[in-house]
Design a protein around this ligand. Structure first.
Ligand code: SF4
Length: 509
């Protein structure tokens, strides 16, 4: 009697199945309507996920597996129907990446022979992260990253960090580069992808368009995409990783997160290839270390923190912010702030914008405007091709909005317009003036920043990393503070309200 292996959209790796050969194992794959209806997802995200699954089903068949590929109202009914039809000895599944799927599997395992296999798609098994976290006084990423570098012996020489330092952040804060980079290797859709595009385009309730979908949907295509990044952008990744350029959705970034998070690439092979490529293409250490930090450090840390803090992580809201996400986040054309409009348009067009757009524009604005952080997290989850709950809760509620009260970040990532001006070319094409602090033409980030600090004094002024900034606030005259309050409230009163109608089904399967 064969066992069944349940393969979800994030498990698309033949290598991960090598202990479960075709003569012993049948594969179950399910497209769940309920899962996709949980949020107004971006159409490119839908096409990426569905087309990658369909391509992987063919790859499995070519490798000799029998595949039961089902279209079902939800995962639970798909698993039950499969069990009824095939009566497998066991149903195996990798530990799910998300809380909702874990609840479904645990519920089903009361009546079905369901077994979870340790998730092989990370460097670190989640149980080991939990052991690490339990042994720490301070759960900051930097401590975890150094521990991972030593544990995996990556960029370590004679027990010390390569180049004599753990990070090269000071070299990695340059404003936008003047040069252009070759386009990534976009993929002409084949018949499978064209069919998925047709289905997704015809559906109501999703966001953006997939008509021009050209992303990799197989491991081979994702590998080519990765190699292209190493060849053409990697050397500049470090110095320009925080830079933003109008209309440039990648700048020097790779977007490999989209393919890592589907299982098409494994983080270990990506890091190993990065180290080889750095030699081949004479990539400087500040770029190599910056890249390794993202994959070995940040991605593993975020995954671990999600499982360490679920399910309470869904409820954190340190600043008690309750505004709906303004409509601009779905319809950017009416937004007058050039940086915000372009960042949202980028997401609407590509399903992607890099980490500084996410942190210092999209999240910064939402926090300063008092948006509920969970609504913002849902938007990221819906709109980005690399986003899932395990990615977004710690990134948005922890890192970007400080909604967890400082578990992940030592201070909120908020800023006035000057940071955006320094790191982008947006301000020269904006109807607002980044140098004006108050008045009709003043950059809204400028007064909203001080207004936020003023309102959150009780929760932030004792933070040692905020002392200097609160001293500056105290030096402002009563008249200036009153003007900041007046202009901020006037601006916020005119913000488009946002749609409170959608309710994300968190444990939708
Ligand atoms: Fe953004 Fe302000 Fe610059 Fe306009 S002036 S692009 S709103 S930072």
């Amino acid at each position: 009697m064969k066992n069944t292996f349940l393969i979800t959209m994030c498990d698309l790796s033949l290598e991960a199945l090598k202990a479960y050969p075709p003569n012993e194992t049948r594969i179950l794959m399910i497209e769940s309507q309920r899962k996709w209806q949980a949020l107004p997802f971006h159409r490119k995200k839908m096409v990426l996920g569905i087309s990658a699954m369909r391509h992987f089903a063919l790859e499995l068949q070519r490798a000799g597996y029998e595949v039961d590929y089902r279209h079902e109202p939800d995962f639970a009914s798909g698993i039950e129907a499969h069990h009824h039809q095939y009566q497998p000895g066991q149903i195996l599944a990798f530990q799910p990446r998300e809380w909702g799927m874990l609840q479904i599997l645990q519920r089903l395992s009361e009546n079905l022979p369901l077994t979870q296999i340790p998730n092989p798609f990370y460097f670190l098994p989640r149980e080991e992260f939990i052991r690490w976290a339990d042994s720490q006084q301070n759960l900051r990423m930097e401590n975890f990253y150094r521990w991972m570098r030593r544990r995996e012996n990556i960029l370590i020489q004679n027990g010390k960090p390569a180049g004599g330092q753990w990070n090269f952040d000071k070299q990695n804060r340059r404003p936008p580069p003047n040069r252009a980079y070759p386009d990534p290797p976009l993929v002409e859709p084949d018949a499978i992808t064209r069919k998925v595009i047709q289905i997704v385009q015809a559906q109501e309730g999703f966001w953006g368009s997939a008509d021009d979908f050209r992303l990799p949907v197989t491991r081979a295509e994702a590998w080519t995409w990765m190699e292209h990044f190493f060849r053409w952008r990697f050397a500049d990744f470090g110095p320009y990783e925080d830079a933003m350029r109008r209309g440039d959705w990648l700048v020097t970034h790779s977007m490999l997160s989209a393919f890592l998070n589907l299982g098409l690439l494994h983080p270990r092979e990506v890091v190993e290839r990065a180290i080889q490529s750095a030699e081949e293409y004479a990539v400087p250490l500040n770029s190599l270390e910056g890249f390794v930090r993202q994959v070995l450090g940040w991605r593993e840390y975020i995954h671990g923190m999600y499982w360490y803090k679920m399910p309470e992580y869904r409820t954190v809201n340190y600043f008690e912010l309750e505004r709906n996400l303004p409509d601009w986040y779905w319809q950017p054309d009416k937004c007058e702030l050039a940086c915000l409009r372009d960042s949202i348009e980028m997401v609407k067009q590509h399903g992607f914008a890099h980490h500084i757009h996410r942190l210092m524009v999209l999240s910064n604005f939402a926090t300063l405007a008092g948006v509920n952080p969970l609504r913002l997290s849902e938007w990221f989850w819906a709109g980005f091709v690399d986003a899932y709950e395990w990615v977004e809760l710690p990134n948005v509620l922890g890192m970007a909005t400080y909604a967890d009260g400082g578990l992940l970040a030592s201070k909120p990532y908020i800023s006035s317009g000057s940071y955006i001006h320094k790191m982008s070319d947006y301000c020269s094409d904006c109807r607002f003036d980044v140098h004006q602090k108050l008045g009709e033409n003043a950059c809204p980030f400028n007064y909203l920043y001080w207004y936020f600090l003023d309102r959150q004094r009780e929760k932030l002024s004792q933070n040692p990393r905020m002392t200097v900034i609160y001293r500056l606030l105290e030096r402002k005259s009563a008249e200036e503070k009153a003007a900041i309050r007046r202009e901020s409230e006037h601006f916020l009163a005119r913000l488009p309200q946002g749609n409170s109608d959608y309710h994300f089904q968190y444990d939708a399967g």
